[in-house]
Design a protein around this ligand. Structure first.
Ligand SMILES: [Zn+2]
Length: 150
């Protein structure tokens, strides 16, 4: 037996009773079904909300962590990232290629530490043939980069 609230006097009435023992108001089917249906629908909804809520929390959480890491990169000192590595590779390619008789075939640079890159440039020199130059790049506190290949 479950207790429901009388819609007339708000007293607790057995759901088996036909009328409210206090005020005599009929305990209707709607009044009987109402609270029970609400509880079950809430119970059914809850796990779904938990999952969705969990996903939202994870997404926002991941976003916050990502932002923190980005912030650390921006404000915690300069360091190489994919974009700066790519621009240095491009710069090496351009500068070496400007030399007469040199064709740049490949440039690879990898981060050895946050502010140091090492790699190589494969070039083809007229009459001399293929050569591989060792390259390194560094970044200052202010984010200024410099590189050399030899
Ligand atoms: Zn009543």
């Amino acid at each position: 037996m479950a207790l429901i609230t009388c819609s007339e006097c708000n007293s607790q009435v057995s759901d088996k009773a036909a009328t409210c023992p206090k005020c005599g108001a009929p305990v209707t089917a709607v009044a009987k079904a109402g609270p029970v249906a609400d509880v079950t629908s809430q119970l059914k909804m809850r796990p779904a909300f938990k999952v969705i809520g969990g996903i939202i929390v994870v997404l926002f959480g991941a976003g916050a962590v990502y932002n923190l890491l980005q912030g650390r990169q921006l404000f915690g000192g300069a360091r190489f990232n994919d974009a700066t590595i790519e621009s240095i590779k491009q710069d090496i390619r351009t500068k070496l290629g400007e030399r007469g008789g040199v064709t740049v075939e490949d440039v690879q640079m990898m981060a050895e530490s946050p502010r140091k890159l090492t790699g190589f440039a494969k070039i083809k020199v007229v009459l001399l043939g293929e050569m591989t130059k060792s390259c390194s790049a560094t970044m200052s506190d202010e984010g200024q980069t410099m590189w050399e290949c030899r």
